[in-house]
Design a protein around this ligand. Sequence first.
Ligand SMILES: [Zn+2]
Length: 286
Amino acid sequence: MRMQRFLYLCLFLMTSLGCVARDNVRIEVFIQPEARSFTSQYTLTTRAAEGKLILHLNKQYHLSGVTGPNVRTYTSALFYDKFTDDTLRRITIEFTDRQAQQRVTVQYSGAIGERFATEGMAEFTAHANWVPTIPDQEYTVVDYRLTVRVPTTYQVVSTRAARRSRPGQYRFEGSTSAIEIGALAARQFTTLTSATPQFRVNLYKANGPCTAPDSLLVQDAGKIIAYFNQIIGRKDPIRKFTFLLPGVDRTASGLLDNAAIIAYTSFNTHDPGDLLILAHEISHKW
Ligand SMILES: [Zn+2]
């Protein structure tokens, strides 16, 4: 009888876990900021219907191979995507069998886009569109492990603290939307932290000293988070928030993983317009 109960329990756990099993992503990226180039190995474990899987990849990159235990063949072609109004690379992978879970590894390399690099900084974030994605599942939450290798004269930060690090190698783990897995590499980061018993705000700035507007940003973010946690975040409050300042002039963007990239070279929340941008980016989570 006990054995039977145990088996029922196993069956229950297997089916319930099967329902919530997220896609799993493992990325190993080697960044060479001086050469403005990188190579990446992206391993995805996902459900594949009909023994087939389609992935989109930035058209600028060079695809060197697709492998996996059940990969029979793959094709790669450029196509025009109406939704993004851009040309993308479509990789169509066919498997030897129709089992539900499949694992594929995509190897690719490329140049770091001009808007995502400066002298001594390389940005690998959502806007850089640097990871392959399943069409229409770009914002599906996945479990990930991101390993970043850089020259030892560089440091790497991400939306959360590194799980492990040693000179030249950093490992980050967590769960976030597929397209938002990322990191920032720079010669040096300066850090600002503000902590209350309720939450902590971290700011990482690439290759420059923190200024009065940076301190004000952290202070204002604290006030905004405290307010949002009371108003719209009671059920799911922010406990930690990370700002990444790459030091390029592009845009600001909020990420699902309680983080935002402030890609402006001058950003001062003393200006009501910038303060509004800050509040907007923090609210992305909800
Ligand atoms: Zn936004």
